[in-house]
Design a binder for this molecule. Structure first.
Ligand code: FEO
Length: 135
């Protein structure tokens, strides 16, 4: 069973962002599946590195869209991204060196954080971006 499933309640009405959010959910699910099936540290490390890399890719792309549209809450938004990247980075470190206790619990926390960020913070930019021709 998937840890998180994207549906239209997560849509921010910007195609590229919706696609990137779906990819992030897919990576979280891949990591969850790998952990539950007892995959080794090397495989988990590969997936968590991909999650970290793609998180950065998405955040930079999203921030570029917000900057171009002169989104007034960009700084607060960027600060939240920084907080999440730091947490993913810590998680990646823990997975790589094989510490960190309950990895599934940490991954669930990351899933919850991201889901809340999309529904509460990302969705706030939809109207602004749409009004600037970004759909
Ligand atoms: Fe889609 Fe602000 O992250």
């Amino acid at each position: 069973m998937s840890l998180v499933t994207w549906d239209t309640s997560y849509s921010v009405n910007v195609k590229s962002c919706d696609e990137e959010h779906q990819k992030l959910f897919a990576l979280i699910n891949d990591l969850h599946t790998a952990m539950k099936s007892g995959k080794g540290r090397t495989i988990l490390g590969d997936i968590v590195r991909e999650l970290e890399k793609y998180t950065r890719t998405h955040f930079l792309a999203e921030e570029a869209l917000l900057q171009r549209a002169q989104y007034p809450k960009l700084n607060e938004h960027r600060a939240q991204h920084g907080e999440f990247v730091a947490r993913v980075q810590q998680f990646r470190n823990d997975v790589e060196i094989g510490v960190g206790g309950d990895s599934v619990a940490v991954l669930t926390f990351l899933r919850d954080w991201l889901a809340k960020h999309i529904k509460q913070t990302d969705k706030m930019y939809s109207t602004h971006l749409n009004a600037h021709g970004v759909n």
